[in-house]
Design a protein around this ligand. Structure first.
Ligand code: IVH
Length: 698
């Protein structure tokens, strides 16, 4: 390792005392770095540096086993598998919160009115100060620290008795094993929610699937399973996260414990001790601001990296909280204000099959109508035959249906508990013939999807292919939408893609919802679309595995369509990001005479683009570089900067990572710039960007 010296030279003969100091310093440093990485999401050193110091600590500890303590960063995953989980009696009961079932703004008004009444406030009195927080969808956890060290983690259980899950919770990198900073009380219990991020859940399920293990239904269930894992080594493989939001038992102020005036101050202190606290928490005054928070979080919900099922309102002043007190098991000073649930249970009435653009057959469950995710759902996808089999879904079953944001509703799984299955329900089978065109249904070896082999002969595929061809990022034919395509195919007017360019005004004008004027507009749009780019044209053809980005790469690499048509698999794999699967899809597509015929007919109909000299991608100045744009540049719009960079061979990415080559930052650049600086990446302004674009290739 050139130029890098170890922070400490190995211990000499007077070892123990010196080693103890070194070990302590290394632990403090690793803890700070891990906090920056896992909690602040702002790495302060490169991963390699962290690993180097971690290994140095491991070596020192191996040489001095007597100095190993359970709060060392090397000791997150502890040895043996537990026989079971021990019961834990909570020093302070873990309460639940009253839920405001009404999901509109009136939920916030009802809570505020109750608080004002309890506090004896009159109409003219000032608004009450609240904290509004997300209601995390995970499991409540009590973390007990003594002398600043994590000694026990327990689930909520029934509120009085929970389960000891310390071994599993220690593996969560966001949870400090020892508290940072000053003013650490002798005893403090921190309460919060253990959860799994959406992206971590997806990755976990992909891993499970690859290993042939069972899949988890949702992030909540995956988190609950991981927490109750008896083997810490397995728990450590399940990516869990944590948010702190409250306290349990704490040393009283007169014995050296902390004194907080507000819940907000408490959250700030939790943060300074090293806990993740939701950045979304806000102070709100009165019902209107609570309702605004409920609305704002609702709008952000789908984009949040963690799942929420509502928001929580809490009276901010802790003296007021004490004054308000409790009713049975619920505090009067807090309420949960829910969103319409994104998951509901309903029954499967039938299982049908739908045919998509590429001929993929998707099993779809027809459901007893259910209101979920803010809409009534009657159909939900089962993805493919293997998913359906894995979930063991049959007609008559009670199932969990999920609808989140604009995502297509899906069947997550069967409700197993207490389910009574109707006898003699036949298992679902994929049809042998396409339900739309009757062509043979095939499944290639190693593939999960069944496909109709009818190609554009199949009406379902033809409709989807036409819509894709006309879509904005493809040929961009304005006015050629779903309703129109349905009519054109169902009435046997359109049989092929090139047929689009033969459509006549009088033919169109007779169709449903089409007047003379809109028919003329469509014909104009068709004419206009003929002048396009090679990238758009390739994308529009709907070749399997060729998305917008790949189409651009192909166009850039080959410059001319005929060069692409002549390329074999090896030549195709020279293109940026094209591997064997994509190359094979492209070859297979152009090997079929009817596809090359479509291409010829489209060209004959006048579809054209300006062909460029083939640019060997490696000769472009920024080939192989990844660039992130952030903030507002003085003269270039974001799209213009992106186009320039892509034309120079660079890939433009949305987020900063170790792999980023350059970050181009303009005015009001935020966290991306901070992250770039933390990672020590080169940061350019517009001037620097222009110099970079003018550069000769490396
Ligand atoms: S405070 C006395 N804050 O909701 C109030 N709870 O029924 C104690 N939850 O099981 C809870 N997000 O796990 C609080 N920001 C938040 C929360 C939250 C989720 C869960 C908690 C508890 C349930 C309350």
């Amino acid at each position: 390792m050139s130029g890098q010296t170890e922070l400490f030279s190995p211990p000499a003969q007077d070892g123990q005392a010196l080693a103890a100091m070194q070990i302590e310093e290394l632990r403090a440093q690793l803890t700070r770095w891990a906090h920056a990485y896992y909690v602040l999401d702002a790495p302060s050193v490169p991963d390699g540096e962290y690993d180097r110091v971690y290994q140095q600590l491991e070596r020192l500890e191996a040489a001095h086993p007597a100095l190993i303590t359970p709060d060392s960063p090397t000791q997150r995953v502890l040895g043996s598998v537990l026989p079971g989980l021990a019961a834990v009696r909570h020093a302070v009961p873990m309460l639940s919160i009253r839920t405001e079932t009404d999901t509109e703004a009136t939920g916030a008004q009802a809570f505020d009115a109750r608080i004002r009444r309890e506090l004896g406030l009159a109409e003219g009195d000032p608004p009450v100060e609240y904290i509004a927080e997300p209601k995390f969808d995970g499991l409540a956890m009590n973390l007990r620290y003594e002398q600043g060290r994590l000694v026990q983690a327990a689930t909520r259980g029934d509120g009085e008795l929970g389960e000891d899950v310390t071994h599993a919770i220690r593996t969560i990198r966001q949870i400090p094993l020892s508290l940072q900073g000053e003013q650490v009380p002798p005893v403090i219990e921190v309460r919060g929610e253990v959860y799994m991020r959406g992206a971590d859940f997806e990755r976990l399920n992909q891993r499970q699937q690859a290993a042939g293990e069972k899949l988890f239904v949702n992030p909540r269930n995956a988190a609950a399973g991981a927490v109750r894992q008896l083997d810490a080594r397995i728990a450590a493989q399940r990516p869990l996260s944590f948010f702190a939001y409250g306290l349990g038992e704490v040393t009283p102020p007169e014995q050296g414990g902390p004194r907080f005036a507000t819940h907000y101050a408490l959250l700030q202190r939790l943060k300074s001790w090293g806990f993740p606290v939701a950045a979304e928490a806000r102070i709100a005054h009165g019902a209107a601001e609570l309702a605004a928070f409920h609305r704002a979080m609702g709008a952000q919900r789908a984009a949040l990296p963690y799942g929420i099922d509502g928001v929580v309102y809490k009276v901010n002043g802790l003296a007021l909280q004490r004054q308000l007190g409790f009713v049975t098991r619920e505090p009067r000073w807090a309420v949960a204000h829910k969103y319409p649930p994104q998951e509901m249970v309903t029954t499967v009435q039938a299982i049908d099959v739908q045919v998509g653009r590429t001929g993929k057959l998707t099993p779809v469950a027809r459901l007893a109508p259910v209101f979920v995710g803010g809409a009534t759902v009657t159909n939900a996808t089962l993805h493919n035959l293997f998913e359906l089999r894995r979930k063991r879904v049959r007609v008559g079953d009670a199932v969990i249906v999920r609808r989140a944001g604009d995502v297509i509703p899906e069947v997550l799984g069967r409700v197993e508990e207490g389910a009574v299955r109707q006898p003699y329900v036949p298992n679902f089978h994929m049809p042998r013939a396409c339900p739309v065109c009757g062509s043979a249904v095939v499944r290639e070896p190693g593939e999960t999807d069944h496909r109709c082999s009818g190609g554009l002969f199949c009406g379902a595929q033809r409709k989807q292919a036409l819509l894709h061809f006309a879509s904005r990022k493809a040929m961009d034919i304005e006015g050629l939408g779903e309703k129109l395509v349905d009519q054109l195919v169902d009435q046997d007017i359109l049989h092929s893609l090139p047929g689009i360019y033969g459509l006549q005004v009088d033919q169109l004008a007779g169709l449903d919802r089409m007047g003379e004027k809109s028919a003329q507009n469509l014909c104009d749009a068709l004419e206009k679309s003929k002048h396009t780019t090679l990238a758009r044209f390739l994308y529009a053809l709907g070749i399997r595995n060729v998305g917008e980005a790949t189409a651009k790469d192909l166009a850039r690499h080959f410059g001319q369509l005929d060069a692409l048509l002549a390329a074999d698999v090896d030549a195709l794999m020279q293109v940026n990001d094209v591997g064997p699967v994509v190359a094979e899809s492209i070859r297979t597509f152009f090997a079929q005479p009817h596809n090359t015929e479509v291409v010829q007919q489209l060209r004959a109909a006048g579809v054209r683009w300006s062909e460029a000299a083939p640019a060997a991608a490696a000769r472009l100045p920024l080939a192989g570089k990844t660039v992130v744009l952030t903030g507002q540049l003085p003269t270039l719009s974001r799209d213009a900067a992106k186009d320039l960079l892509e034309a120079a061979g660079a890939k433009v990415a949305g987020s900063v990572s170790k792999k980023t080559s350059y970050v181009v930052a303009g005015a009001e650049a935020g966290s991306k710039l901070a992250k770039a600086q933390a990672l020590g990446l080169p940061v350019l302004d517009e001037e620097g960007l222009r110099r970079l674009l003018a550069k000769e290739p490396d």
